[in-house]
Ligand binder design. Structure first.
Ligand code: ATP
Length: 235
């Protein structure tokens, strides 16, 4: 479904991501892990078209999206929840969700989607008229994910969903991913270091200094001494 080949992304000519290869098959949950500055966010931004690739190819459902605009990429079915959530604090919960649905074909199905998000995230229904900026970080993260889901994306990319969240919210967010996966949504999730993410993911890529240094099925990697020290040793 998603195929990233020889991706290089630069800031002021300095590469942040180098010769990166990542593949995500339909229905999979794939985790990008690695320390601060490894290039995880940069990779998600390149896929979503927010940051232009210096070289390499990004294909989604056999379409080359490497040079497409973020709007065109969203319309093809990729939705990004960026790091730090970026909800609209001065809009209500409901308004935030509707903004998510104005993109692409989803507008016609807006009410149906709203109902679906409210059943997936009951707290958002309770708070639908409240200013989003007044909610807790965990509630805002749910809103950010729900907003991204309003377009019924085929691929949901979530950058560090558990960052700064209390443990009960981390559980809730990951339970939601499990639910979305059971509905057939493909998920690429970025986490610096999280056992919760590993428990969910089918496969993972470990990034360091802009490159993939280890990859494979979580079931095979988790537990291996090499992976444990690479993943948890550098925290
Ligand atoms: P984090 O967990 O801190 O978000 P990350 O793995 O997502 O880390 P990136 O944010 O993608 O890493 O950063 C990769 C590299 O690119 C780092 O060296 C970082 O300093 C650099 N970088 C990121 N954003 C910018 C920017 N706007 N301008 C210049 N350099 C940047």
């Amino acid at each position: 479904m998603l195929s990233v080949e020889s991706l290089q992304v630069e800031y002021n000519k300095v590469p942040a991501v180098r010769n990166l290869n990542i593949h995500v098959a339909a229905g999979e949950v794939v985790c990008l892990v690695g320390p601060n500055g490894a290039g995880k966010s940069t990779t998600t931004m390149a896929i979503a078209g927010v940051k232009r690739a210096a070289s390499g190819t990004i294909r989604f459902a056999d379409v080359d999206i490497s040079r497409q605009t973020p709007e065109a990429i969203a319309a093809l079915g990729i939705s990004l929840v960026p790091e730090g959530r970026r909800i609209f604090g001065q809009l209500t919960v409901r308004e935030n969700l509707i903004v998510g649905a104005t993109l692409s074909r989803a507008a016609a199905r807006r009410n149906q989607q709203l109902d679906r998000m409210f059943s997936l995230f009951p707290i958002l229904k309770e708070r639908s008229s409240q200013m989003a900026g007044q909610m807790s970080g965990g509630e805002q993260q749910q809103l950010a994910i729900a907003r991204a889901m309003m377009t019924s994306p085929r691929l949901l990319i979530v950058d560090e969903p558990s960052l700064g969240l209390a443990p009960q919210y981390v559980d809730l967010v990951f339970e939601t991913f499990a639910q979305l996966r059971s509905e057939g949504v493909t998920i690429l999730v970025v986490e610096q270091s999280s056992r919760r993410a590993l428990a969910l993911a089918d496969r993972l890529y470990l990034l360091r200094s802009g490159q993939v240094v280890m990859e494979g099925a979580v079931a095979e990697l988790a537990g291996s001494a090499e992976f444990e020290s690479a993943f948890f040793g550098e925290m």
